[in-house]
Structure formats: C-alpha cells, structure tokens
Write a protein that binds this ligand. Structure first.
Ligand SMILES: [Zn+2]
Length: 486
C-alpha cells in the first residue's frame, strides 16, 4: 500500500541542488513528532495541502472514480476519523475516499487525502484490518513521506495515449492499470515506519494491533493467488519494487506484540458492511468469448483465435501473429458524432486512412485505419468508434502486422458487427459479480461453499484466500464467510 507520486526518476538540475543545500544550511531539519526523527522537507504543510487538493481529482479519475455507496463511505470515514484523532494532528483535515476499482490498494496524498479501493474492502476480514490499512496510510501523511518524495510531474504523465499503447506493448496502460507503474513505492524504511506508527494509532483507537499483521498476511495470500491464476501475472510485477508483504508482516508482528494485546476486531460488522459489494473489474463482464456490459446494455463476441482478458473496463484480446484487440468504453459529450469523435477526440494528431461512417446493428459508428511505426516494427491499426449509448462510445482497436492484416480482416470485421444492444434476457449474464456474506450451515464444507462461486479456475484457492484461510478447515456452523456470487 504504497503508491504515491514519485520523485525518484527526476534528476535534480544544478539549481535545485544548490537550493537544497541552502535550505539545509538555513532551515536545518524539522523534528517530526510522529516518527521521532529529524527529516528534511522543502515543502511546507500549506504547500502539501495545495498539492493534495490539486492531485485528488486526478487520482480519483485514474483509479475508477469514487465508489457510489454512501453507507460504505460513511463506514470508512468513521474508522478513518477515529484513527486520525490519535495522531495529535488536528491541523490535517483528513479525508477518506473509497475508489471503485477491483485493485487491492490504498494510498495517501500530502494534505491528508487517504484512499482505499473496493478490492481492498472485499479482501479485509474485519473492521480492524481495514483500520490497520488506514492507519498505515495516515502514518505516511503524518510522517510526511509523500512530501519527502513528492514530484509534481508524475500524475501529469498519466494521460493514456493511443501511441503509448502501441509502442511499448504495455496494453495495460489503456486500462488505467498502467498508471500504477508511474506511481512508485515508498522506500522500505518508510513502509516499515508507516507500519510501526500505524500500529500505534490502531492500538490507541481501540483496535487489536494484530490486525495490521493479519491483513499483511491476507495481502500476501492474495498476491500468491493472483500470481497462480493465469493472465494476472503482469499486475504482480508492479509489486516487485515493494518490500515483500511477508517480510513486513514478520516485522509488524514484533511491533504489535509489544503493543497492548487488547482491542476489538469487529469481523461480523465488516462482513455485514461489504455484503453486496461489487466484485471484479469495473464495467462489463467477460464470459468465454463474449463480453457484455449490463449497465450500458451492450455486448460483442471475439473471434475464437483470440485469448481474452479484462482489466477494469478494457478487454484485451491476444491473437495470432502478434495481433491484438483492445476494447473499452468512454463517456462522451452527446453532441459529438461518431466520425467527429474518432478523428477529433480519440485519434487526435493521427491521420487516418479509409475513413468510413458505418452502421453497427443500429448504432452509428465510424472507422479508419493507420499504419504506425513501432519499435517492434510496422503495425496496421483499425479504429472503430461506436455510439453505444447517447452518452458513451464503445471503441475497438484492431492491431495487426502488415503481413496478416488481410487474413485477419474477416474475423475482426465479424467482431465489429457482433456488437449490439443486449436484450433483457441476456442482461443478467453480464451483471457484475458481488460479495455475499453467508452463514455456514451444518453440512457446509470449504469445498461445497467454494463450488457456489462462479469460477472455473481454482474456486477453492479463491475461497480460501478471500476468507483468510491457508488450508481447508472445518467451518463452524453459524460462522460467517465471504462468497463471490453472480
Ligand atoms: Zn505504505
């Protein structure tokens, strides 16, 4: 839980270095009561607040927007404010935001902006575990870690452009997942410090300090599950720059062990709060070669030779001879036609050939092609913009090597024309999955409960990881567990 704007990659020009040296001479280092050490920061608390306020909307936009459930927001805010009251920093106006993404993450901006994702809320097994995460992030703020490392340029780089996708092969950038690659980790020492300070806040707020340890272990379980399931290894790579969660857990265990062993967990309350929470990617649902979005009421089918995966509301198809399908949906101004959207909004700065206005099963659409030079050689790219709803465009990118463009034209065209509105009977199949908390009944086993989840791949491992179990155990009747359901 560590991604914040980074400064590591910026090389200090001479003038800045001189300024830094002057600042050391004139100001010395400020003592920071949160962490009991002296630190150098060139940013004043007022400037920190301005930085946070400026970056907040961009962070929210990049990570799926604000989750819409007011009850859940109030729950997280209540825990966050209780912890913030333990910091002795009434001058920092802490705000807590739930982000609508399946990614398991939490982070903080200078000025007291703390974020937690719905993916993380689903993974936590108690209110105390969630509190541990918030306490860790609050500690990054009070210890001024982000101020130490802050770079204004970072979030400006988050613009996700067409050309960037094509040159690097980092298809994930389209999904916004790539944004994480730009947000680097805190240092190992800062992470340990945030764990240690956070355990203090957690304990002072009346929670079991051991929850910090158990959630680190829970994240470790989840990381291991993700790397086991195919197609999700890319995500795990981003975590390689962080201290291993298992190392952090061991260290946190030593610190928590010396804190008062009292405090509450509130497992039942947390499970009740996340009952019904959406699970999985935002947007639509991938089922085999079909993709549908129940909210937008659309669907399309991919050719058999493409292997599909979904990253938030982007579908990525990997096909023969380096070919790719990228599909996503974007809100747009309703006054814009498909043709104008294609040339002026989406492919700005790119000259498209063979522009055509088309009709896709009653939806106005526009298409064009371009041959692009990439470090991996030339690529033919066909763009298709379809008016999915009066306020949303659906977008296909078909990428092929020039030698295979003609051969793949037919299946890819078939994919375009498979796009259509969902009828009422189909809608159900494409609704997002959600978390359901159920009471274990006599006769229920880990196996029987895991089988109720809509996964073909390893439902048992998913059930165990979701519920904080390392191995199948006998579940006590009356206890509560989480399931993922359709
Ligand atoms: Zn952290």
């Amino acid at each position: 839980m560590s991604r914040v704007p980074q400064s590591a990659r910026r090389s200090f020009p001479g003038a800045c270095l001189l300024l830094a040296a002057l600042a050391i001479l004139l100001a010395g280092c400020a003592g920071n009561p949160a962490i009991g050490r002296h630190q150098l920061s060139l940013i004043s608390p007022a400037e920190e607040a301005r930085i946070g306020a400026r970056q907040n909307p961009e962070v929210v936009l990049t990570f799926g927007g604000v989750h819409g459930d007011p009850e859940l927001a109030a729950y997280v805010d209540r825990i966050g404010q209780r912890l913030a009251a333990q910091t002795g920093r009434p001058d920092i106006p802490f705000t807590f935001t739930v982000l609508d993404t399946e990614l398991v993450n939490a982070f903080a901006l200078p000025g007291g902006y703390v974020y937690v994702t719905r993916g993380l809320l689903a993974l936590a097994n108690s209110e105390a575990e969630l509190a541990g995460v918030l306490a860790h992030e609050i500690s990054h703020v009070t210890a001024r870690h982000s101020a130490e490392r802050y770079s204004q340029s970072t979030l400006a780089q988050l613009g996700i452009g067409l050309v960037g996708v094509l040159t690097g092969g980092h298809t994930a950038q389209l999904a916004g997942l790539g944004a994480q690659a730009y947000l680097s980790a805190y240092s190992r020492d800062q992470e340990s410090e945030a764990d240690a300070v956070g355990i203090g806040y957690l304990s002072a707020a009346g929670y079991d300090p051991g929850a910090m340890v158990s959630f680190l272990q829970q994240m470790d379980r989840n990381d291991r599950l993700r790397s086991r399931l195919s197609g999700e290894r890319r995500q795990v790579a981003f975590f390689s720059t962080h201290p291993r969660t298992s190392d952090r857990a061991a260290q946190a265990m030593r610190i928590a062990g010396s804190a008062a062993p009292t405090g509450v967990r509130r497992e039942e309350e947390h499970l009740a709060m996340i009952d019904g929470l959406a699970y999985g990617p935002r947007g639509g649902r991938l089922r085999g070669q079909r993709y549908g979005d129940a909210t937008l009421g659309i669907r399309w089918d991919a050719p058999e030779e493409f292997e599909l995966r979904q990253e938030e509301n982007t579908v990525i198809g990997v096909g023969p001879a380096g070919s790719r399908i990228l599909f996503d949906t974007k809100p747009h101004d309703r006054s814009v036609s498909a043709g104008t959207y294609l040339t002026r909004v989406w492919a700005t700065g790119i000259r498209l050939d063979r522009l055509e206005a088309i009709d896709v099963n009653g939806h106005s659409a526009a298409t064009g092609t371009v041959r692009l030079r990439t470090p991996n050689g030339a690529r033919d790219v066909r763009l298709v913009a379809i008016e999915a709803t009066p306020s949303t465009f659906a977008r296909f990118l078909f990428i092929t090597r020039p030698g295979t463009t003609e051969r793949l034209a037919v299946p890819l065209q078939r994919a375009t024309y498979s796009f259509r509105s969902l009828d009422r009977t189909e809608e159900r199949a494409f609704r997002p999955m959600r978390i359901e908390t159920v009471t274990v009944r006599r006769g229920d086993t880990v196996e029987s409960l895991a089988r109720r989840m809509p996964f073909d791949d390893d439902p048992m491992a998913r059930f165990l990881a979701l519920n904080g179990l390392d191995a199948p155990v006998t579940l006590a009747p009356g206890s509560r567990v989480k399931l993922v359901v359709d």
